[in-house]
Design a protein around this ligand. Structure first.
Ligand code: NAD
Length: 351
């Protein structure tokens, strides 16, 4: 499929290629939708073997972002920027500033933030050339580390899951198996422990596990056994694809609700979870707290407003579950349907 066909198949508005030979910048920006507002997207810097791989990554991620912002109730669309290069070797002030000038030339159609291979310092550098950047340092009005807000949103989502499954929203009346105790997982464990819950943790980094267990008085589980833990909630907070045909039959939980992105290896896994009586919190709905926090920068950042906005994740999750029941569909399908309906009501999207 050529590029224009791929764009048209998924309803993308625009894809732009930028090149600046002076700084060796080679970059792709995909804008999936601006129906709700300017497209927001992370800037990934990565050594793609072929330009087409970078284009595909930008197209896929920008579409996913459209759904995430729509469901989160934000007035932002979906985009993605990719710089082809090694962040360790190829990144320079000249390259980032050239990127910033190109983003500026798009007007306010695209707002950039950090992602794999880029940092808050890089956003500060880009800010020298354009105002269309979020995730800058707090001294410049930035919102700081998003992971604690992603964890807070996940906690609100877990409460909605408990309510749906057991008719109560009391964190302490359930137990939790948290996979990955990096930024999001660690903050989630802290919140769960503060509420008085029993928590099991696993991480590929043993030193990290020991630190977290010492600090939060949780129980460590060998990395590969986290799926088998007899806990009420399994909370993936590490990498994607962890809900797959090997792991679903092993799960002993009643709820899967965590902050990791792209948890399902395929959409069929959502159906399999449901068939096994396990309630699934769609990842892009429950992990939107960091994005909501970031969006508050647009109005002038305030921690209080960010917390208030993030609390809406509980309401969003309840709407998803109601819709899933009403339409006899999976929670995953219900989330997509709600996002598409908002987009259709305001602008355009191809199904
Ligand atoms: P992080 O790198 O800080 O933490 C990830 C943790 O997972 C690390 O401690 C790592 O050692 C561990 N890990 C890696 N592979 C593992 C494995 N196989 N088994 C167990 N543990 C493993 O990342 P993060 O910012 O906490 O993000 C975690 C997940 O949440 C990612 O999927 C990310 O896309 C998603 N997410 C994060 C945010 C955010 O605000 N940071 C927002 C939305 C989604």
């Amino acid at each position: 499929m050529n590029l224009l066909e791929a764009m048209s198949a998924e309803g993308h508005e625009q894809i732009v290629h930028f090149s600046d030979p002076g700084s060796a910048l080679k970059c792709v920006v995909a804008i999936h939708s601006t129906a709700l507002g300017p497209a927001i997207g992370g800037l990934r810097m990565w050594t793609y073997a072929q330009e087409a791989d970078a284009e595909r990554a930008a197209l896929e991620s920008s579409r996913a972002m459209t759904y995430k912002t729509a469901l989160a109730g934000l007035n932002l669309g979906g985009g993605k920027a990719v710089i082809i290069g090694d962040p360790e070797k190829d990144k320079s002030e000249a390259l980032l500033r050239a990127f910033g000038r190109f983003i500026n030339s798009l007007g306010r159609r695209f707002i950039v933030t950090d992602d794999v291979g880029t940092t808050v310092d890089d956003m500060d550098c880009i800010r020298e050339e354009t105002a269309h950047v979020l995730g800058v340092h707090p001294v410049h009005g930035g919102s700081g580390d998003p992971s604690s807000f992603t964890a807070l949103g996940t906690l609100h989502g877990i409460r909605a899951c408990l309510e749906r499954r057991f008719g109560h929203a009391e964190i302490a009346r359930a137990s939790y198996a948290v996979q990955g105790v990096g930024g999001v997982g660690y903050h989630l464990v802290q919140l769960l422990r503060a509420a008085g819950a029993k928590v099991f943790v696993a991480d590929i980094n043993q030193e990290r596990v020991e630190q977290v267990v010492d600090e939060t008085r949780t129980e460590a589980v060998p990395m590969h056994q986290i799926y088998d833990v007899d806990a009420t909630v399994f909370a993936p907070c590490a990498m994607g694809g962890v809900i797959n045909e090997d792991t679903v039959p092993r799960l002993r939980c009643q709820i899967v609700a965590g902050g990791a992105s792209n948890q399902l290896e395929s959409n069929e896994c959502a159906t399999e979870l449901e068939q096994r009586g396990i309630l699934y919190a769609p990842d892009y709905a429950i992990n939107a707290g960091g994005l909501m926090n970031l969006a508050v920068e647009l109005e002038g950042y305030s921690d209080e407003r960010a917390r208030h906005r993030v609390s809406s994740i509980g309401r969003i999750m309840r709407r998803i579950f109601e819709r899933a029941r009403g339409d006899s569909i999976t929670s995953w399908q219900a989330a997509d349907r709600l996002a598409e309906e908002r987009l259709l009501a305001v602008g355009q999207i191809r199904r």
